[in-house]
Write a protein that binds this ligand. Sequence first.
Ligand SMILES: Nc1ncnc2c1ncn2[C@@H]1O[C@H](COP(=O)(O)OP(=O)(O)OP(=O)(O)O)[C@@H](O)[C@H]1O
Ligand SMILES: [Mg+2]
Length: 471
Amino acid sequence: MWHAACPNLRPRPIIMRTLDTRTPCILIADDQPDVLEALRFLIKGEGYQSEPAGSPAAAIGSIEARDFDAVLMDLNYTRDTTSGQEGLDLLERIRNLDATLPVIVMTAWGSVELAVEAMRRGARDFIQKPWDNARLSAILKTQIELGRALRNGQRLEAENRALRAERFPQLIAQSAAMRPVLEIISRVGPSDANVLLTGENGTGKGLVAQTLHSVSLRSPRPLVTVNTGGLAEGVFESELFGHVKGAFTDAKSDRVGRFEMAEGGTLFLDEIANVSLGLQAKLLRTLETGEFERVGSSRTRRVDVRVFSATNADLSTAVAEGRFRQDLLFRLNTIEIRLPALRERREDIPVLAAHFLRAHAEHYRKPITGFDEAAIKALLAHPWPGNVRELDHAVERAVLMAGGDIIRSGDLGLRSGREGPPRLEEMSLEDVEALLIRKALARFNGNVSHAAAALGLSRSALYRRLQRYGL
Ligand SMILES: Nc1ncnc2c1ncn2[C@@H]1O[C@H](COP(=O)(O)OP(=O)(O)OP(=O)(O)O)[C@@H](O)[C@H]1O
Ligand SMILES: [Mg+2]
């Protein structure tokens, strides 16, 4: 006999995974060891894994312990070898445990009525013994695929429901580009892992931090935000760690810092790239040990906080340039969530716009119901350098401007996408090269030698490029 045949299966996670890339694993339930062995070989030959169960009780135990992709079960067990009642009972119990788990039943040759009864009770397919290998393989393949598709659909729906529920901030994300973000939120939200949020301004880093906190076990405790940008080092230190009376001229009384306020909850360090190197060292120590002192005090205190941080800067460049400590980065980015720019997820634009429209129309008490076609087109075409925040503001302005019950493109006041110079990060390398060459030529009134020298190219190298770009 064999043991623990599906070693890569873990106990059911609290929030299920959305994507399933592991090797399919099939539970085989039959009380005849030779049947189990033969099926195991067949299943292994198909590239799947299997786990045997010699009795209905063992099958239930396995299903309660972990996830399977399908169950292949006999309907007849020793206690009652002909009626199939034990098998039908097992089928029912499996269905009660997990209605999305595909069950394929095996019946003795000639007992078609029993197979039909099993199908009526929720079995997805049946096969008669002695089975035909090719047919069994085909059934397994189909059921595994169907089962996975069904479960993925249900999980996505459940995740979205969870994220949209009343007590959570509403994070709108329907695009494929945001799917990994949602998945990480549902997977690491409940854990205690530190999370680093990166992305351009207005992409939703703050909102994702709130969402992560709200799905965590720390949600009854506060999410405390510290905006690290623009504070002088001394002020920032007392902001983070607090101070005692007399610690400095303005310290007229004791003050509790943000770390202490966040006790048991989460501290959100926004704009983390702006923290000075001196404070980075202090921050690192607190993150490593949970210990700190209020400014002006020598008494060491302890805190239990989870830390989120956010930045729109590239921290690895900051590390390479010696502006950010690598050891601190490693503490902060246990998990990193990169929020895509809005222009990388245009499918979300109409949904987000409708969401902001509802909110602002309600706020300003204007009976506006939607956008006309040209307005939607304008929204889709705009590059949104300020991302979701800019979209929010544009819709708010349009709600105020709109004369009728519908927003027209003119109400949005968006400059058409072609105006102004293109943004560097939206251009290809070749476009950038061509642009620089054009500018250099303009600067030197078309003098190729001077332009080449300014670009650091030989004359012939510049000529080759002029030809290539048709300049
Ligand atoms: N996916 C989203 N669904 C709904 N609202 C969103 C979404 N993303 C962002 N918002 C809203 O857009 C605004 C900007 O988002 P947020 O402040 O979280 O961005 P940010 O990345 O933290 O920006 P910054 O870098 O400037 O701090 C907020 O009002 C937020 O509620
Ligand atoms: Mg923010």
